[in-house]
Design a protein around this ligand. Structure first.
Ligand code: WTA
Length: 670
């Protein structure tokens, strides 16, 4: 979409006035300093935290991004020591925030809710840290976590950091096979889980999935010593008839331990383990193109600085605000923006266990209203799903407290952006479209909410310390307007340090394509105003008759049609054009899949992008195959497009029935 067609939306004046960064000029000035003088920029931020061994300014940061010059590395504040839980809890309590609410917990059922202050959170973290120690967990040991969105999940992460253990959280939606693979890979001896959780009306038996995973690990010769289980089901309301659920999961004697049997007795004080700045903090697996998951490793000091700073500026968080990120704790967004970033800023957050659709399709809006949420952070896929239910259901609730609304996970199509802006944000709240990755630790591209005008669908500009570059296929830099590979020419504190146990793969995956650059694997376009538009994964690029285009671009055009609520586009091999477009569309309630609609859509794509972009096939897709985090699994759509039923592992899908439905609904001539 050319920039001439992209209107600018200016931040609300009152928001701008009170924001940490109030104007484009102020952003430019701070950005310049972060690039020209990173020691001073990050040094001032670092001084707000506690360092047991002070920062050595000679070793502030060092790196090599060029494989031809030696191994890739990236180190920040090397030599300094600190403890993350100390900075997130003890430090905030000392600063007078002990009685401040750290989390409002909102259960799947609206009758279930609770809250936790900073002081209480510290006590619970110390208790669990002492339990872990008593089970023989030492500094550097890995702890595998498979938990729902409950307060004990946050407590577990922080307890690990208290004693220097490395947490490895696996989204509690992965299959037992996936979990087993991840436990074995990081050789975790301890697992923390819950008996189960309700998601809407569905009961997930988490502990039995862990049992299967532990059995698989044992077959591989890896024995898990202990599995600590939070007894959760019997304290929450079940969807049918509000009665409590009392089925207790089977426990293996000697191995399995109820959280409630050991934690309450443990001491509420635990001296923090002082960690080196570059000691591992956590690992988090992300999928790789080879199928084997990559254990992205983040370290202590740099990650703390980056999560804290991005949270503060991107959400413009002020002490009395109530912030809510809907991401699951099992993803990087949950790590950086449910746990570390908010707590580092003494924030009050909502921790939500449920789904947007239970007990009704207005749950998000009801929760914003209930807690008077000021910053809301969610994903485009959720926005598109909720758009389908119309405006009235949103208008039932008072959302006037919202100041900043975030988007993350995929490019947001302008249709969804405008709906979010107008219907949810009342044309007052700023939208921050945050581009980042598990690997980047925190936001790397966005607009700051009080400083920069927004363009629907554009991520915007680099965060402080980040230097984006666009490269063409030959590695030549594209200056000014243009589209190419999105890479970064220098590190920022939050960039991952390695892949766990596989530094070679790290170097090859991220640094070998373009020497001297960290390669995101995404494409981006810079418009005439300098805004960066992320066009999607480079592997989602399509080449139709020599024209390079991104699936996101076409999807966005398709969803402009009032009867299309969601679209996904994949490449299908074509004898003449090389590849052609195979599109899947989910219709809104008023839409009908018929010849007239298909004609309209094809014409629209021709008009908006060009004749070369005209779809060959447009298939009706009542639902798209998505992971539980909402990512569309294009690999499956590519199989449907070529009618190949060998779809491979679909265990990470939220709804596996979708796959069969899509095969059954292929148009006869496709
Ligand atoms: C995509 C999620 C466009 C991108 C934080 C990236 C986005 C991948 C955006 C990382 C955005 C994330 N605009 N694309 N605002 N945010 N992506 O590791 O393709 O789960 O490479 O991290 O999501 O996904 P991950």
């Amino acid at each position: 979409m050319p920039s001439e067609q992209s209107p600018l939306f200016y931040p609300d004046l009152a928001l701008s006035k009170n924001a940490y960064v109030s104007s484009s000029a102020e952003y430019q000035q701070m950005y310049k300093k972060s690039i020209e003088n990173p020691e001073e920029f990050w040094g001032e931020i670092a001084r707000q935290f506690h360092w047991e061994t002070p920062i050595d300014s000679d070793k502030f940061f060092r790196y090599n991004f060029d494989l031809t010059k030696g191994p890739i590395f990236n180190k920040w504040l090397d030599g300094a020591t600190t403890n993350i839980s100390y900075n997130l809890l003890d430090r905030n309590i000392r600063n007078g925030h002990g009685d401040k609410i750290a989390y409002y917990w909102e259960g799947n059922h609206p009758d279930d809710y609770s809250r936790l202050t900073y002081k209480k959170l510290l006590e619970e973290v110390c208790r669990f840290a002492n339990v872990l120690k008593s089970l023989g967990v030492n500094k550097g040991d890995r702890v595998a976590i498979y938990m729902p969105m409950i307060l004990e999940a946050v407590i577990t992460l922080l307890a690990c950091t208290r004693i220097g253990a490395v947490h490895s959280l696996v989204f509690a939606g992965f299959s037992s096979d996936s979990f087993a693979e991840r436990i074995t890979d990081c050789e975790a001896r301890i697992i923390v889980t819950a008996d189960g959780v309700w998601r809407g009306e569905k009961l997930l038996q988490l502990k039995s999935i862990c049992d299967q995973a532990m059995a698989k690990c044992a077959q591989e010769g890896h024995n898990v010593q202990h599995c600590i289980v939070v007894s959760h089901l019997e304290r929450v309301t079940s969807p049918s008839g509000s009665q409590r659920h009392s089925n207790r999961t089977p426990m293996t004697e000697g191995r399995d331990i109820w959280w409630q049997d050991v934690v309450p007795q443990a001491s509420t004080s635990c001296y923090p383990e002082w960690m080196q700045a570059e000691d591992p903090l956590f690992m988090l697996y992300t999928s790789g193109s080879t199928g084997k998951p990559k254990g992205v490793l983040h370290t202590t000091a740099g990650y703390l600085l980056y999560a804290a700073t991005t949270f503060k500026y991107v959400f413009d968080y002020k002490l009395n605000d109530v912030y809510w990120c809907t991401a699951d704790i099992g993803w990087i967004t949950g790590h950086s923006y449910v746990v570390y970033g908010p707590l580092a800023n003494a924030a009050t957050s909502v921790l939500f266990e449920g789904t947007p659709f239970y007990p009704d399709n207005d749950r998000f809006w009801a929760v914003i209203d209930k807690y008077k949420v000021t910053q809301f952070y969610t994903a485009p896929t959720a926005i598109r799903a909720l758009m389908k239910f119309g405006e009235q259901i949103v208008k039932k609730h008072d959302l006037s407290t919202l100041k900043v609304m975030g988007s993350v996970g995929e490019p947001i199509n302008p249709e969804a952006w405008l709906w979010y802006y107008k219907v949810v944000g009342h044309e007052k709240a700023s939208i921050v479209d945050t581009f980042w990755q598990t690997e980047t630790g925190g936001h790397v591209l966005t607009t700051l909410p009080g400083a920069l005008p927004m363009k629907p669908g554009a991520a915007g500009f680099p965060f402080f310390g980040v230097q984006p570059v666009l490269l063409d296929e030959n590695g030549k830099e594209i200056k000014g307007e243009g589209e190419g590979y999105l890479v970064f020419s220098r590190p920022w504190p939050g960039l991952m340090r390695t892949l766990y146990g596989s530094h070679d793969r790290y170097e090859v995956t991220y640094f070998s394509k373009f020497p001297g650059y960290y390669c995101t694997g995404d494409g981006a376009r810079r418009d005439a105003d300098g805004y960066l538009w992320v066009t999607g994964r480079v592997d989602d690029m399509l080449n139709v008759s020599g024209h390079l285009m991104s699936t996101a671009e076409i999807e966005s055009v398709l969803t402009e049609h009032e009867h299309v609520s969601e679209a996904a586009v994949v490449a299908k091999p074509h004898p003449v054009k090389g590849e052609c477009l195979y599109c899947f569309i989910t219709l809104s309630e008023q839409g009908t899949y018929n010849e007239a609609l298909l004609k309209e859509l094809k014409t629209h794509v021709r008009e908006r992008i060009g004749p070369f972009a005209q779809p060959d096939v447009i298939q009706n897709a009542p639902a798209l195959p998505k992971t539980r985090s909402g990512k569309i699994m294009r690999r499956i759509l590519r199989k449907v497009a070529v009618n190949d039923r060998e779809v491979g592992d679909i265990s990470t899908l939220a709804e596996t029935g979708v796959v069969e439905q899509l095969f059954a609904m292929r148009p006869p001539n496709a």
